[in-house]
Design a protein around this ligand. Sequence first.
Ligand code: ZN
Length: 251
Amino acid sequence: MIAFISDIHSNTEALEAVLAEIEHLGVERVLCLGDVIGYGPEPRATLQRVIEVAEFSLRGNHEDGCMNYASDFNPKARAAIDWTRDQLNLRDQPREQNFAFWNYLASMPDEHREGVMLLVHGSPRDPIREYIVPKDAQDRAKLDGCFAKFGEARLCFVGHSHVPGVYPESGGYLPIRELPDGYLLADDRAIVNIGSVGQPRDGDPRACFATFDGERVRFHRVEYDHAATAAKIRAIESLPDYLADRLGQGR
Ligand code: ZN
């Protein structure tokens, strides 16, 4: 079984809760779809943990923004990115660790293809930046453009929007409350948004991740101490308070 994690956003409490559940489930492989960092208070600890447990992480828009100039982020998001970048360059931390972080960011692939699976952070046609959100279920041209990039794949796992659910090729959007038994890989190809570990935005503040056993995708929600993460964010002047507030609301 494979576990997919994404959009951890420097949230150690959420990541540790999810990793405990992954261990409990007896998962063999952990694959990360990007945005390990950004927004949250502990980029170094989070990145270190992902390096240890994940087979790889794809490049998210926050890693991309951290490595390059984050021109496409709004001013508040950019302030958080600039702070994150500084954290990965701290002079009072071992230089080798700083180098290891930057090397890891630089090595992140844009996409991963393996059997029936295609993995990207954003969308198949724009792997780092394009969002797929529930209203796109009505946008046939956009979905057709995405499915045209599938190649051999049957399922495309994405993150980025922080809203979990399934977009079958035949149309529509299935939120995870309509998928209590998960989503069975069938004739219909599908885009699967695995949700966000560290900043869920579907109204449910619990950390979200997904597993895949080769046939069925299951979604998992895990309680974590979001008040502790929020307190850490509020204690850092460069991180806007709304980044703390939203954790408790799941938006
Ligand atoms: Zn994200």
